[in-house]
Design a protein around this ligand. Structure first.
Ligand code: AMP
Length: 444
């Protein structure tokens, strides 16, 4: 087994790793760090929870120590791009932790907060800049920072950045970074647009891939309860009453859904907060801090907001609504199995979500156990559907991300929003013959 001491990291970096209590590198660290120290480009397929932040931060800091730690005003040597403010904040925190025995200034910039403080913070320059693409581009356009000194460019959660529509910003940013650089691209999934991106911006990259999507799912004890949409809240309350639920992350598919669940839970005196894209930065940070400290043990989140959240001790992930993409499910339940620990996930599946459950089981190659009804809810739980029953994909365009479509409040196939077949038929314009018959009837 590899130890951190075998990896040839600079002693100042190693000291911080030891201070963190890390002994053995995680698989992605063991695979990636030697190549990154050789300054190779890298394409990493890994999710949060695998230790990927240290996999790119440690060799990056090693380079900074070796290369001398001078910095020029309004510039940075390392640029890390991340899709969300939460993830950017977490990456910056990791860089600060791992660089505490060296002279390294890490700055973070993201949208949703006033820009002036960020402009001032960048004036003296930094070694590591962690940014979300939109705000960074604003700052570059305003002349608050230049990217001409970037030696290492890291794109984290690239699939999420593309999902969020950042591709044009990414292109503009990369065009301002010198061609002579080391580039690292991390993504949880490898769709074609990511391999195109890698082809365009990476030079002869090493490819490392860890924890194929199915293995993360296997570490989590997964269960499902079949229940009608209208009864989900009651079941959720019962599940949260279980004293084993220390800290629960509850997923809905939409921001509106998250707010609604929080409202209903609060009305029943459950301490719950929501985190999603419509919340201000300070509301999000406050909710996260309360959840981290244990003051609020229920966090209701949408997929985008929760992605990349690194909180230890989430005992349960509850899918109040099923995601319509299997990868999203894997990301969700992965929030509870951090750094090799186990966790429990419970999915509340309504009839119109059965297709998604089947799709998830096929992708992860794990059959999710049907759980017994929570006490007092026996009447509410639906019978287990016959596994041979053919379920059709709910109507709606195929989408990679779980985000709702523009113009539809809850997105395709959203629970409670689905229009039944009979209704759809009845809404259809009647045929020519039918219209003639109707006219004749009306005349008569
Ligand atoms: P990440 O995938 O980067 O979000 O990391 C997930 C969690 O694993 C973080 O809380 C890290 O502090 C922790 N971690 C990273 N590397 C190691 C390691 N080698 N040993 C123990 N914990 C680690």
């Amino acid at each position: 087994m590899t130890h951190f001491t075998d990896l040839n990291l600079h002693k100042q970096v190693l000291k911080a790793v030891t201070a963190e209590g890390y002994e053995t590198p995680t698989p992605i660290q063991a695979q990636a760090i030697p190549y990154l120290l050789d300054r190779r480009d890298l394409l990493g397929i890994a999710q949060t929870g695998t230790g990927k932040t240290a996999a790119f931060a440690l060799p990056t800091l090693d380079h900074l120590v070796q290369a001398g730690q001078n910095r020029r005003p309004k510039s940075t040597k390392v640029l890390v791009l991340a899709p969300t403010r939460e993830l950017a904040g977490q990456i910056a925190e990791s860089f600060q932790t791992y660089s505490k025995y060296m002279d390294c200034v890490t700055q973070t910039v993201f949208g949703g907060v006033k820009i002036n403080r960020q402009i001032r913070a960048l004036e003296k320059g930094c070694h590591v800049l962690v940014a979300t693409p939109g705000r960074l581009l604003d700052l570059v356009n305003q002349g608050a920072v230049t990217l001409g000194d970037v030696e290492i460019l890291i794109l984290d959660e690239a699939d999420q950045m593309l999902d969020m529509g950042f591709i044009h910003d990414l292109r503009k940013i990369i065009a301002r970074v010198p061609d002579q650089r080391q580039t690292l691209l991390f993504s949880a999934t490898m769709p074609k647009d990511i391999s195109d991106l890698a082809q365009k911006y990476l030079s002869d990259p090493v490819r490392v891939s860890v924890a194929p999507e199915s293995t993360t799912a296997e570490r989590v004890t997964q269960g499902v309860i079949h229940v009608a949409n209208n009864d989900k809240l009651q079941i959720l309350g019962k599940l949260l009453d279980d004293p084993d639920v220390d800290r629960a992350l509850v997923f809905t598919r939409t921001k509106h859904g998250a707010d609604k669940v929080v409202r209903k839970l609060m009305a029943k005196k459950y301490p719950a907060q929501a985190i999603h894209g419509n919340k201000s930065q300070s509301q999000r940070l406050k909710a996260l801090a309360a959840f981290k400290s244990g003051d609020c043990r229920i966090l209701v989140a949408t997929d985008i907001a929760a992605r990349g959240i690194d909180i230890d001790g989430i005992s349960h992930v509850i899918n109040f609504e099923m995601p319509n993409v299997p990868e999203q499910y894997v990301h969700r339940i992965g929030r509870t199995a951090r750094a090799g620990r186990d966790g429990i996930s419970i999915s509340l599946v309504a009839e119109d979500e059965l297709y998604y459950l089947r799709d998830i089981e096929k992708t992860t190659r794990v059959e999710v156990d049907v759980l017994p009804a929570p006490e007092g809810c026996e009447e509410l739980v639906l019978p287990t559907p016959d596994p041979n029953l053919r379920v059709r994909k709910p109507k709606g365009p195929a989408r990679r991300s779980g985000r709702p479509q523009r113009g539809s409040r809850n997105g395709p196939g959203a629970s409670g929003e689905q229009v039944s077949k009979a209704k759809q038929r009845s809404r259809k314009r009647p045929g020519k013959n039918q219209r003639r018959r109707d006219r004749e009837k009306a005349k008569a």
